[in-house]
Design a protein around this ligand. Structure first.
Ligand code: G6P
Length: 480
């Protein structure tokens, strides 16, 4: 196979993700331009792109808009267009109203519509085509996340010369739940097109391997899946491994050390009326995050007088997300109703119980908030990783903050010295909050020091290096 003759240039390293790593902004002269988004994934991959002649294939975020490929920094970006109907059926529909709830333990019911599936296949083909068109012979293509699970197999068929990786940023459900999915075989076959499939937790990789064995009948040895074609002939070996993602630790540390961010942190505390204890929640407004559980627990602690307004304040940042999907609309109603009720009952003229912010903020402001927070509450009902937990740890230069962390977040595998909780158990959650608020400084420091050591050595660059190194391994030598 050779590269497409239509391509002006071909690339040795290609990332395929639903979203491009840029946001639209306006430059000094008032012209529209693109700015690299602050996410950890792009930070980890930008150096790989620079050293390997890299390109990124993804959607630029607006429907019905065709944009020519362009360069941003040292990256070549290839926008994949999505129509209104694509957004409705591929993105909001199959990705976020079928797969997202199914993969997150059916916290809300997944919806199954055949038209959504058809559109998901079509759009996955579009992403795969965009990648094969620009891939140099023997290039490495790294596909990201649940929106694009069919892409690995589509790439393998079109371009058997490619090295194909896939990383699933969200949980992979147990076989008993995955089995509900109509077209489950196609999804598994799509993923198995990859040479290496990365998951956040070992339990996610195990769930996947069990699905492959039970629903596809492939033979699984350790992390290796021996894939057979319809005629029963072996085609290739695909591996499933845990590669927990992390953050750009140094960037958070640098911000936490910056005088500007430190001054902002002090200003925030003053603006909140100098409470003794600031508790913080930071999430996309998503039903997987356990936001209502956390607010309910905090409200009951106020009702019972175990905490009081003025002494304690909960700051909840809930950034807008997937706002046209029904379950997200319902969640917003629920959370805002709860906050309104609790504040109505407990606020004083000078102090509020819950400062609720339905906004997203730049990373500088987030680090200032992390520095203000004496306690952070990560109460996800299910979460692939939860990078907020890791960012909070990185920002605690003084080592005295306390992390309350759900055992249902992937981060719980690495941050064992957090106060680990089951967010469904509201009494347990309430006790954990009080314990965090009252934790002696020596204990908080001891726990934080151990967690910081981990986050310092295991950053997002380490994550991408480890994954890409494993991808290059010869699978025949990798069987357990
Ligand atoms: C999660 C997913 C990502 C997704 C992000 C934001 O972290 O794993 O793939 O990009 O949420 O969601 P959105 O739907 O706005 O892309």
């Amino acid at each position: 196979q050779t590269k497409s003759t239509h391509s002006p240039h071909s690339y040795d390293f290609i990332v395929v993700a639903n979203r491009l790593p840029v946001d639209r902004s306006v430059d000094a002269e008032g012209n529209p331009t693109w700015k690299r988004s602050p996410g950890g994934l792009v930070t980890a991959l930008a150096p790989v792109m620079e050293n390997n002649d890299g390109a990124w294939v993804g959607w630029h975020g607006a429907p019905n808009e065709k944009i020519k490929p362009f360069d941003e920094g040292n990256m070549h970006l290839v926008p994949v267009p999505l129509s209104d109907e694509d957004v409705e059926m591929y993105y909001e529909g199959f990705s976020n109203a079928t797969l997202w709830p199914l993969y997150h333990d059916v916290i809300v019911s997944p919806e199954y519509h055949r038209t959504w599936w058809d559109r998901y296949s079509l759009v996955n083909q579009r992403f795969a085509d965009a990648a094969t068109k620009i891939a140099a012979p023997n290039a490495t293509v790294w596909v990201q996340d649940y929106q694009l699970q069919l892409v690995p197999a589509l790439l393998r068929v079109a371009r058997p010369d490619l090295h194909i990786g896939f990383f699933n940023h969200i949980p992979f459900p147990p076989a008993e739940i995955f089995a509900q999915l109509p077209r489950r075989a196609q999804i598994l076959d799509g993923l198995l097109g990859a040479d290496l499939i990365g998951f956040q937790r070992q339990s996610d990789a195990n769930n996947f391997l069990r699905c492959v064995r039970r629903l596809r009948g492939h033979s699984v040895r350790g992390s290796a899946v021996h894939v057979y074609d319809d005629a029963g002939l072996p085609t290739h070996i695909s591996r499933a491994e845990a590669h927990p993602i992390s953050i750009d630790t140094q960037r958070i540390i640098d911000l936490a050390k910056s005088p500007k961010v430190q001054a902002r942190a002090e200003e925030i505390r003053r603006e909140l009326g100098n409470p003794e204890t600031v508790l913080l929640g930071v999430d996309r407004l998503d039903y997987t995050k356990g936001i209502a559980h956390r607010i309910k627990a905090f409200g009951e602690l106020l009702d019972e007088g175990r905490l009081s307004v003025g002494q304690a304040c909960l700051v909840q940042v809930a950034s807008p997300s997937r706002e046209r999907v029904g379950s997200y609309l319902n969640l917003r109603e629920e959370v805002e109703g709860l906050v309104g009720r609790i504040n109505g009952e407990h606020d004083t003229l000078s102090h509020t119980a819950i400062r609720y912010l339905h906004h997203s903020y730049p990373v500088e402001e987030m680090v200032a908030l992390y520095m203000v927070a004496d306690v952070i509450l990560v109460t996800a009902l299910r979460d692939g990783m939860n990078l907020v937990a890791k960012e909070y740890v990185a920002s605690q230069e003084d080592q005295i903050g306390v992390l309350v962390l759900s055992e249902f977040a992937g981060a719980a595998d690495q941050l064992r010295h957090a106060i680990l909780i089951n967010p469904h158990d509201i009494d347990d959650l309430k006790d954990a909050i009080v314990r965090a608020v009252e934790m002696p400084e020596a204990e908080a420091t001891r726990r934080m020091r151990i967690m910081r050591r981990h986050i310092l050595s295991q950053d997002v660059t380490r994550w991408s290096e480890t994954f890409l190194r494993s991808l290059k391994k010869d699978p025949t030598r990798n069987e357990a």
